[in-house]
Design a protein around this ligand. Structure first.
Ligand SMILES: [Zn+2]
Length: 193
């Protein structure tokens, strides 16, 4: 940041007294502007047909990663819970009517100052539709997921964990909770057709 959001004077990077890392500090009004990680929250909407699990993915209509596929997710808003954020993002991006389940994955993406959370979810019906941030919304099986055209590493990791757990579920187990660090960079942009 360059200017103080309280008084509009330029800020400087400095370690405040009693602190141990540089902060943006306003030398005019003395406000310290702390910057902390953001939460990205979404769902894994599941539809079961003939014993096979299908996952609802959205094709992004916005940058970054326009045209790539993602689970419905977005930045958490103030004054909502993580569950409400997951539900809202799924409704906004996929027009999907879901029953939210337990938290499935927590992904620390420290290099971009984000934490991503994904909840298991069951689609109540097939009346989904692309929202304004999506070009398309489709159900995919593990075999048909566009693995090379996923928008973000956290989406790939969450889907890989989901289908790995699916094997355990078939053997009488349950979906677990996974807390992982994702350090891999975004995939290179696809070459234009
Ligand atoms: Zn100021």
């Amino acid at each position: 940041m360059k200017f103080c959001s309280e008084c509009a004077h330029p800020v400087v990077l400095a370690i405040p007294e009693g602190d141990n890392r540089p902060r943006y500090v306003c030398t005019h009004c003395n406000t310290i502007h702390y910057q902390n990680p953001k939460l990205v929250v979404g769902s894994i909407p599941v539809w079961e047909r003939d014993g096979e699990l299908q996952i609802l993915l959205c094709k992004r209509a916005i940058e970054p990663r326009y045209g790539y596929w993602t689970l419905p997710a977005g930045f958490m808003e103030n004054e909502e819970t993580t569950e409400q954020a997951a539900q809202r993002e799924t409704e906004e991006e996929a027009g999907a009517n879901i029953e939210l389940g337990p938290l499935f994955s927590l992904l620390n993406v420290a290099h971009v100052h984000q934490v991503h959370l994904f909840y298991l979810a069951r689609l109540r019906d097939l009346d989904y539709a692309a929202g304004i941030e999506s070009l398309d919304v489709q159900l995919f099986t593990e075999a048909t997921i566009p693995w090379d055209d996923l928008a973000f590493p956290t989406i790939r990791t969450t889907l890989e964990l989901f289908f790995a757990d699916r094997i355990k579920v078939r053997e009488g187990g349950d979906f677990g909770f996974h807390s992982v660090a994702v350090n891999r960079p975004m995939m290179a942009p696809r070459e234009p057709d």
